[in-house]
Design a protein around this ligand. Sequence first.
Ligand code: SF4
Length: 361
Amino acid sequence: MEFEPSGKELSHFPFLKKAQDPIRARFVSLGTLLGTSKGEALVSLAVSRIQDAVTPKKTRVPEVSDTPEDEIAAYVLARIIASCVNDKQLIDRLTRYEADRAYYFLVNEEEWNSSYVQEDGEYSRLWTTIADELGIRIAQDRMPVPDYVELVAPLHDDRYRLVNRNVVRGFVTINKNERYELLRERIRVLLRRDLPHRVPKDICELLAPRAAEIKKAYQEQMLRQFGKVEEGAFPPCMQALVSALAAGINLTHAGRFSLTAFLHNIGMDTTGIAELYARSPDFDIEKTMYQVEHITGRGGSSTEYTTPACAAMQTTGLCVHRDPLCEKISHPLSYYKAKKSRPFKPAPTKPQVPDKNLKNS
Ligand code: SF4
């Protein structure tokens, strides 16, 4: 007998096809729905969902307080609104939030639902349905090595490294907690892969006031999180770019882009960024302002760029003077956050030679 999740179960895992099919049938035209009071209520639910996603310390236990259909619709709308905002970090946070939420329900699912006995006497649990739909080959206590390796690639936890695992006849042994953690990772990757959606312009226009509200709240959140800009907490790559600027070196496009996006992401305003570039002897105010406004999403395009991750910085030759903290992070913003949260001990000074990769050829 095929397992049929209840409406409430589907609202815990709103990304499932079974969850979304009835919603599509019910809300035929999004444009029409958004003009109704029901649409407004659903958009408000979606906005709360995004606000929960960007709150760093989550104190609320995920729960379904509205009807399952409304919860699922709010999930869909939150992804549409985030696509209209089109900020990479916001989208990352939303997908991580959704994956964490599903993980919470997965872990508790056994308690709530016990098990479902099939005709052949086998037990079918909700997680197996989810795993099937996510296309992940995972059994109660093991998974095939190739699937495992692909799945754990973005995870930084040493316990997931294949050398630390028990492998038996092509299968990696996993425990119950790990099974759910791996499912969470798969959910995160799949939900992230689909975003941003290509949302029709007229729909984004209808959602523009709420999108602006989220953008503002998110920026305030980011500023609170990063606090006062502290140059002493910059990662080595960004310090090298600042030193190169001060030494009068013309930065490559990748260098300028990475530094500007970084400064913007940690909350430095446009004037502050321009002042930093003014340290360069060939400073051109108009050109600098144009570039800064373009990268920070104020120059006509609504796209705000995010600092490249360490892997991308390595590819462009901008990852220089790595230090021990670099081994623990994968993003320059994580470095900055980590360094700011510790008491700052100045590193022993060593003359830094500007790296050739920073320089425009
Ligand atoms: S590892 Fe990351 S943070 Fe450290 S220098 Fe390289 S790019 Fe910068």
